[in-house]
Design a protein around this ligand. Structure first.
Ligand SMILES: NC(=O)c1ccc[n+]([C@@H]2O[C@H](COP(=O)([O-])OP(=O)(O)OC[C@H]3O[C@@H](n4cnc5c(N)ncnc54)[C@H](OP(=O)(O)O)[C@@H]3O)[C@@H](O)[C@H]2O)c1
Length: 276
């Protein structure tokens, strides 16, 4: 598998993180290539990662066994139409799209049909190697291609496969947008701490380390969040009083509504992108 050449179209933040993760996981640099029209991006990747970055996408498509589409979603139509001709000239490579909101059917249409496609929804924590990505493969994708796509995303975090493409909108609402929900909670806890008299650096440190410690306990402790919360909520204690306030403010309904709203917007955006 490691002899396959992985080509990234777009050498921006996400492609660079994935390539860096693959290098760190022992992938041979000669099997990792990128393409980007921006000379600054090309220079940065060559200097920092020691990888080949082509100016033209066609130089990459003729060489790669797996092509990762890592341009902004609104640019994907143009890129797909551009590379469609060169894909027809050779044994079709696996296409992995990390573009948020672009449906496989639309991408397939733009690429001219008959292509094995894996759609991925990564999240921003992939940039520091702690991502959580949802994945869905079309019916033309073989098991070894699914494994290969998964091994690429595993270089920057955990991966899960979903059983229908519609669930990618739920992944978008949970882990794609999810970092912002936790940032908001951190922001508000820090603000409340400041208001109650802690100084700025202390409020920030206590907030962030608490968030980190809670996530680490939930991931590593073998107990689910409900049990963990109950264990730190002594009857009649301070935590209980605070949790009662959050529940009275309808935190459960708020999360239901927030996730539903994100799913709705993901569907709207997919419709808009698919009109091209
Ligand atoms: N970053 C995240 O947290 C995140 C999370 C989930 C999903 N994603 C998805 O990941 C994809 C990439 O995001 P990103 O944050 O890495 O974006 P980015 O930093 O803007 O990277 C995209 C790169 O593609 C280049 N590009 C533009 N047109 C191109 C073309 N025709 N051919 C080849 N390359 C081209 C851009 O160059 P210019 O700078 O010159 O335009 C840029 O270097 C997006 O589709 C996004 O939805 C990202």
């Amino acid at each position: 598998m490691n002899n396959h050449t992985i080509g990234f179209i777009g050498a921006g933040n996400m492609a660079r993180s994935l390539a860096e993760g693959l290098v760190a996981n022992g992938w041979d640099r000669k099997n990792l290539i990128l393409a980007d029209p921006d000379p600054e991006q090309r220079r940065t990747v060559t200097e920092t990662l020691g990888l080949t970055v082509y100016e033209k996408n066609e130089e990459l498509t003729s060489r790669a066994d797996v092509i990762v589409l890592a341009v902004k979603p609104q640019l994907l139509h143009g890129v797909a139409v551009e590379i469609a001709t060169s894909l027809r000239r050779r044994t079709a490579p696996l296409i992995v799209s990390i573009a948020a909101g672009v449906r496989i059917g639309d991408l397939q249409r733009w690429l001219g049909g008959g292509v094995a496609i894996v759609r991925v929804m990564p999240n921003t924590a992939a940039l520091i190697g702690s991502g959580a990505a949802g994945m869905f493969a079309n019916e033309l994708t073989t098991q070894s291609q699914r494994d290969e796509a998964e091994s690429i995303l595993r270089a920057v975090g955990v991966t899960v496969w979903v059983r229908s493409e519609g669930l990618m909108d739920v992944v978008t609402a949970v882990s794609g947008s999810g970092p912002a929900y936790f940032f908001l909670v951190m922001e508000e806890l820090e603000r409340a701490a400041l208001k109650q008299g802690l100084d700025g650096p202390t409020a920030r440190l206590l907030t962030l380390e608490t968030a980190y410690g809670a996530a680490k306990m939930a991931l590593e402790g073998g107990e689910d969040p409900v049990q963990l919360r109950r264990r730190v909520t002594s009857p009649g204690g301070t935590t209980e009083r605070a949790v009662q306030v959050l529940e009275a403010g309808n935190i459960r309904q708020l999360f239901d509504d927030a996730v539903s709203a994100a799913i709705g917007r993901a569907r709207e955006l997919a419709e808009i992108l698919g009109k091209q």
